[in-house]
Ligand binder design. Structure first.
Ligand code: 5RP
Length: 223
């Protein structure tokens, strides 16, 4: 099975976690796009979605799924999103698509995080994938020095030679070289550095369930 087929498999499998009659939290990325496409088949049985990015909002709306502002609704039953890496405890690195801040907000508003991923995302220890950090531009060099003191190398994410801007208008630092053996402590520490908007380690908002796409089908990991 191709990676694309594995993503479609878990996107479809995630429908079983959507609570009929309710509003579902929707993440961002190529795996979530498969979920959104599957969600369209039951759009008449849900109220709609809270979205974590402009890209997901556009896709949801194009398929006729109503998108609510996070401030218009209360707690959500479930949030469905992908990950760049997930470990055996449900801790994740996210933000490869630069949507980490809104993703963490919607995850925090939801009772249960269901992660959908192909098996290449499962790791023993987080850190092979560079940790994305959304930052205020004037702090990038000082933050880079703070990451260097931890053994990491931080680079501003660029596209066509220009800094990538998030949906919130901020920059992303991608940090390599950090083997993350204590994601809870790492997330707490980095989140309180001045200039950090959000760090892309999801430990306090970890997954409750991961639907992992494997060659032999969907494997369900519960944490
Ligand atoms: C976006 C994310 C995505 O969930 C993550 O990058 C995985 O994306 P994909 O499903 O395309 O591999 O965190 O900010």
């Amino acid at each position: 099975m191709t990676q694309d087929e594995l993503k479609a498999l878990v996107g479809q499998a995630a429908l079983q976690y959507v609570v009929p009659g309710e509003i579902v939290g929707v993440g961002t990325g190529s795996t979530v796009n498969k979920f959104i496409d599957a969600l369209a088949t039951m759009k008449d049985r849900i109220q709609g979605a809270v979205s974590s990015s402009n890209a997901s909002t556009e896709r949801l709306q194009a398929l006729g799924i109503k998108v609510f502002d996070a401030n218009e609704v209360g707690e959500l039953a479930v949030y469905i999103d992908g990950a760049d890496e997930i470990d055996g405890s449900g801790f994740m690195i996210k933000g490869g698509g630069a949507a980490l801040t809104r993703e963490k907000i919607v995850a925090a508003q939801s009772r249960r995080f269901v992660c959908i991923a192909d098996e290449s995302k499962l790791v023993d220890v987080l850190g092979r994938f560079p940790v994305p950090v959304e930052v205020i531009a004037m702090a990038t060099q000082r933050l880079a020095r703070q990451f260097a003191a931890m053994g990491g190398t931080a680079r501003v994410r660029l596209k066509d030679g220009r800094a990538v801007l998030t949906d919130n208008g901020q920059q992303i630092l991608d940090v390599t070289g950090l083997r993350n053996t204590d994601p809870l402590a790492f997330e707490s520490e980095v989140n309180q550095w001045p200039g950090v908007v959000t760090v892309g380690v999801f430990a306090h908002q970890k997954a409750a369930v991961c639907l992992l796409g494997t060659a032999s089908g969907v494997k369900t990991l519960a944490y």
